[in-house]
Design a binder for this molecule. Structure first.
Ligand code: C2E
Ligand code: CA
Ligand code: CA
Length: 560
């Protein structure tokens, strides 16, 4: 395609820079069939030739040791001046040490002296010229309108070409994402949002001047970058953040994070390489201490493991590998502890991997939405369990089911819940719903709407993991709830840590004030139990009474 711009069949011009006549001759002879070769005797002369050539030079072959201006001095000026950086430089050297330095200094490749493999040298020159012409072509045509960066398609194509070469060992796939970019748009308006995106693009472009680095905007606020490995990616973040501060969008609003993938991967899967960087990037989402995630072997294995879990989900649902366990909640305030209700907790008895804890697969299934299907299975199982025990023991043991943050977005959730209790001839208040406090931070308006509708239908809502979110108190004033379930971490620490103890007291106070029961979970010892009782905690759940157990085993608690 680039032949249209550069002329079909026209001989590219190569500038050979070497102070030794004999070297110039040898190289010239190798190249002159294919290229139009011109010469310079040192760095300074090379600049003169570049000046005169008016853009007609396609490649520079540069010796390092020369009088007047050495190859390194040339590269220095070439980089800082930036006028000729769209012409690639290959250095010619004898020592390996110098090769690495030259690449760092801005050369794209090196050729080792003596020149005993003419085909290799020719192929190398060819490839570099091609790459840079392509890059120029892309620069001139295939850009993202807003930012002027490459389109994603061209970016992938170009990276593939780069990787086909020899440079990939010290290049990284990097994903840059802006935290809460939608807030910038909402608070400052779309114009400011666009401005931020453009600014970041400019900074990236500047970063790559004279280097083999390219970037594209992959999605709204996500940039893909293929670049020379940075010694310190935090510096790149700091540079960008600083410039954004200068334009009066405070860095507390615009926080960026990076995902870095240094594993040289197969050029056939450029896309996968960036998806991996993206996984690393998502690892530090919302992390206030750390803005850079690295893709490494551990993450890679984890990803493969996760992919297996996702792949096995459907067959496991079908084959009944998911089991619902029940953990009792005891009422402790008056006399002997009395069984009051249970929490349904899902278990995966995987046919090959054995028992997998929900801590491993629930977050994963929340990311891809599968949790909805799983939760519906748990809700139905729990409801029919309440019904079964009701018939068998002639009393209701209400079961709390977990409602994931993701379920809140299901527009049918209320109808679904109603359908489940009705088909088991239950009243809505025989199935409690545990909703985690973090759902409020996700989308408060939607949560308020759903909770209100569910309560109108007669369901009772327990606020799970209470006290961990940033908005615990704010939430209570806007959402009517029926029970507070304080987060396990407070109970765990309350006997050794004053602050946790105070928080437990505070949460119990709040519950009293709202006139709703408070549940403590994760209670393992008698000391914890006694202290919670003393503070006025109504309900206790934890290993002190029992681990979550299968339904059959649970019956011993019903029988007393
Ligand atoms: P959660 O809802 O806060 O559940 C309490 C977790 O604490 C359970 O872990 C339970 O086994 C554990 N636990 C109970 N008593 C004690 C104790 O005395 N000491 C200690 N160390 N741990 C105790 P599990 O079953 O591994 O579940 C972990 C989380 O997975 C749950 O936290 C919940 O967020 C999620 N989850 C479990 N089942 C479901 C489900 O069916 N649907 C959804 N959406 N999430 C579920
Ligand atoms: Ca729960
Ligand atoms: Ca909890």
């Amino acid at each position: 395609m680039y032949t249209e711009i550069f002329g079909v069949g026209s001989k590219r011009r190569v500038l050979v820079v070497d102070d030794e006549y004999i070297n110039r001759e040898i190289l010239g002879n190798m190249l002159c069939d294919k290229y139009d070769v011109i010469y310079a005797g040192n760095g300074e002369e090379a600049f003169e030739k570049l000046q005169e050539s008016d853009g007609s030079i396609s490649l520079i072959l540069m010796d390092l040791m020369m009088p007047v201006m050495t190859g390194f001095e040339f590269l220095d000026k070439y980089r800082t001046e930036g006028r000729f950086t769209d012409i690639p430089v290959i250095v010619m050297t004898q020592e390996e040490q110098a090769e690495a330095e030259a690449i760092k200094a801005g050369a794209v490749d090196f050729i080792t002296k003596p020149y005993n493999m003419p085909e290799v040298i020719l192929a190398r020159c060819d490839r570099i010229i091609n790459l840079f012409e392509q890059k120029k072509l892309i620069d001139s045509t295939e850009n993202d309108e807003l930012t002027g960066l490459y389109s994603k398609e061209f970016f992938f194509e170009y990276v593939k070409q780069l990787m086909g070469g020899f440079i990939k060992d010290d290049m990284d796939a990097v994903v840059l994402d802006i935290e809460h970019f939608h807030l910038v748009n909402e608070i400052y308006g779309h114009k400011k949002g666009d401005f931020v995106l453009k600014k970041i693009s400019d900074i990236l472009r500047k970063q790559f001047e004279g280097n083999l680095g390219i970037a594209c905007r992959a999605e709204a606020d996500i940039f893909y970058i293929y670049m020379d490995r940075a010694d310190d990616y935090q510096k790149l973040i700091n540079n960008i953040t600083k410039e954004l501060t200068d334009i009066k969008v405070t860095p507390t609003t615009v926080r960026i994070r990076l995902g870095v993938n240094s594993e040289a991967e197969d050029e056939a899967s450029v896309q996968a390489m960036f998806e991996h960087a993206r996984i690393a990037c998502n690892l530090v989402r919302g992390d206030l201490m750390n803005q850079i995630g690295y893709y490494d072997k551990k993450l890679h294995d984890k990803q493969i493991y996760n992919e297996k879990l996702v792949a096995d989900f459907d067959s496991s649902i079908k084959n009944g590998d998911f089991k619902v366990y029940y953990q009792p909640k005891y009422s402790v305030l008056h006399g002997e502890p009395m069984l009051s209700s249970a929490e349904a907790l899902v278990r995966w008895i995987h046919p090959e991997l054995g028992m997998i804890s929900p801590g491993e697969f629930i977050p994963l299934f929340e990311d891809n939405g599968l949790v909805q299907k799983l939760d519906q299975f748990v809700w139905k199982t729990a409801a029919s369990q309440v019904k079964e025990w009701k018939a068998k023991y002639d009393l209701t043991i209400p079961i709390s089911v977990n409602v994931s943050r993701i379920d809140i977005y299901n527009p049918d959730i209320v109808d679904l819940m109603v359908g489940i209790v009705e088909s088991n001839s239950l009243k809505p208040n025989e199935l409690f719903l545990e909703i985690t406090e973090s759902a409020y931070a996700d989308d408060a308006a939607r949560l308020i709407e759903v909770v209100n509708e569910l309560r109108v239908k007669g369901f009772e809502i327990e606020m799970d993991d209470f006290g961990t979110g940033y908005s615990s108190l704010g939430m209570l004033t806007s959402i009517p709830i029926d029970a507070l379930k304080m987060d396990m971490s407070f109970v765990r620490k309350m006997l050794d840590d004053d602050i946790s103890h105070k928080l437990v007291e505070l949460i119990i106070d709040i519950a009293k004030h709202l006139d709703v029961p408070v549940i403590a979970e994760g209670v393992e010892t008698e000391e914890q139990l006694e202290e919670l009782k003393r503070l006025g905690c109504d309900l206790i759940q934890g290993y002190y009474f029992s681990k979550p157990v299968p339904a059959v085993e649970f019956e011993k608690f019903i029988q007393g």
